[in-house]
Design a protein around this ligand. Structure first.
Ligand code: DAT
Ligand code: MG
Length: 140
């Protein structure tokens, strides 16, 4: 048994479009448990930590601009294999290519804004989950 926790974000596009409930509905229907939830507009400093692996990428500036543009819902979920399981629910990074049935495939699209707006973030490994939870939920 591998009970895990993962850090999920409903990104500013998803929050602004009223999709937080839809994302939570899919998480709960899948059978994962909600552990913690907060709504906040992330600072650029938080996002620099969260996306440290992408700091040198050409899209980093637009990514931080987009992610700091408004409120997000940060959620810790729990369940066996929930890290891979939520990534599967979320679908692939590019919302144009993400499969129908996934969060990004059903709810995301290219809005022609430059930044990749793909509704959700999910941790990609236990190490990332631990690192990200410390950023978004320092008291957990
Ligand atoms: P994921 O969010 O699927 O884990 P990632 O960690 O590779 O993807 O990238 C983090 C975010 O950065 C992603 O959700 C959207 C943005 N991004 C990734 N690759 C990009 C690219 N080639 N051009 C523009 N934005 C990109
Ligand atoms: Mg990632």
């Amino acid at each position: 048994m591998t009970t895990e926790r993962s850090l999920v974000l409903v990104k500013p596009d998803g929050f602004a479009r009223g999709l937080t409930g839809e994302v939570i509905r899919r998480i709960e229907r899948k059978g994962y448990r909600l552990v913690a939830l907060r709504i906040l507009t992330p600072t650029r400093e938080m996002l620099g930590q969260h996306y440290a692996e992408h700091a040198e990428k050409p899209f980093f500036g637009e990514l931080v601009d987009f992610m700091s543009s408004g409120p997000v819902t940060a959620i810790v979920i729990e369940g066996n294999q929930c890290i891979a399981g939520f990534r599967s629910l979320a679908g692939t990074t590019d919302p144009t290519k993400a499969a129908p049935g996934t969060i990004r495939g059903d709810l995301g699209r290219d809005w022609g804004q430059g930044s990749t707006e793909n509704v959700v973030h999910g941790s990609d490994s236990p190490e990332s989950a631990a690192r990200e939870m410390a950023i978004w939920f320092p008291d957990l």
